[in-house]
Design a protein around this ligand. Structure first.
Ligand code: FES
Length: 336
């Protein structure tokens, strides 16, 4: 009998000059109403860069159209990345373009995985909360916790069985009592009672949540009394600015480059990243919403109005996201 020999050296993903990956869409699968999953792999086989639960990739859908999607397959898998995308008819157009333009066999460009939504290794137990398409990073977390034999309970809130994705992948968790499906038929009052679920904050338990704006707000309010550091979330869409943000002076300021002394005017209607790029100081951007961290820059002096959704308070003490952060002081000295 002939055996198929393993290649001596694993084939690596095809990388471009920018460090991006060119992968083949190997499978597109209907997961639920409006939701497709996309399986990406190396065109010639081989291993992809490793990823952690909670990680996302940038998908270059079309020239100038880049969107972030969480990886939802088990993180120990090295032969594929799987994302799932809800076609949002009222969104900014990325999910529509992706659903309409991508097809099996196509080669697409993505970034290597990045993670701003890590599991805390100190957690003794995890409560995972997913609203709608927010199930994607949460599912990867559940896979990881299961592989490590760590206890978790997953609450998946969605409208009805037609909109519930990954039924097959998650059936075993449901049978074992680890997955609780909450169907509200469009009325949140019929769904999961987050206040009751999170009323107690047992020592060593961590909460992770991801979902649409209303779900995020409800989770945030229900977990407000939990200890610092035990609650983790990821927004997949930047929330509307709080009302008082509108009243902040959106004045001009000066960005000073520490290494050269160059001073760059940032106009009230201009982002810091745009001003820097226009002045010849290249700053890479991706989400331009304060969500992905591509445009992180260290700063040395000045008071920052951060407006991002990823940096921890410790990181914000020395780092900002140039796509959304502004200065409250007249001058901001950047460590560039
Ligand atoms: S480009 Fe994503 S945080 Fe700035």
């Amino acid at each position: 009998m002939n055996a198929i020999a393993e290649p001596a050296t694993p084939v690596q993903a095809v990388t471009t000059q920018d460090g991006l990956l060119s992968l083949r869409i190997r499978q597109i699968r209907y997961e639920a109403q409006g939701i497709n999953s996309y399986e990406l792999s190396c065109p010639h086989g081989g291993e992809l860069p490793a990823f952690e639960a909670g990680a996302h990739i940038d998908v270059h859908i079309q020239p100038g159209l880049i969107r972030q999607y969480s990886l939802c397959n088990p993180p120990h898998e090295r032969h594929r990345y799987v994302i799932a995308v809800l076609r949002d008819a009222n969104g900014r157009g990325g999910s529509r373009a992706l659903h309409d333009a991508l097809h099996v066999q196509q080669i697409i460009t993505i970034s290597p995985p990045r993670n701003h939504f890590q599991l805390d290794p100190k957690a003794r137990r995890s409560i995972l909360l997913a609203g709608g398409i927010g199930i994607t990073p949460i599912k990867a977390m559940a896979h990881f916790l299961e592989s490590q034999g760590q206890p978790f309970e997953l609450h998946y809130c969605t409208r009805n069985t037609d909109t519930a994705a990954f039924g097959t992948d998650m059936a075993a968790w449901q049978a074992q009592g680890q997955l609780h499906l909450h169907l509200d038929n469009g009325n949140p009052e019929q769904g999961l009672n987050l206040k009751d679920l999170l009323a107690q904050a047992p020592e060593g338990t961590h909460v992770y949540y991801c979902g649409p704006a209303g779900f995020m707000l409800a989770c945030s309010q229900a977990s407000a009394h939990w200890p610092t550091g035990s609650v983790h979330c990821e927004h997949f869409k930047a929330p509307e600015p709080a009302a008082d943000t509108h009243s902040l002076p959106a004045g001009a300021f000066i960005a000073q480059i520490a290494s050269t002394g160059q001073r760059i005017d940032v106009a009230p209607e201009q982002t810091l990243s745009d001003a820097l790029n226009q002045a010849g100081v290249p700053i890479a951007t991706s989400c331009v919403s304060g969500l992905c961290g591509t445009c992180r820059v260290n700063y040395l002096q000045g008071e920052v109005d951060h407006q991002d959704y990823i940096l921890s308070p410790d990181e914000q003490a020395h780092c900002l996201t140039a796509c959304v952060s502004r200065a409250r002081s007249g001058v901001l000295v950047l460590d560039l």
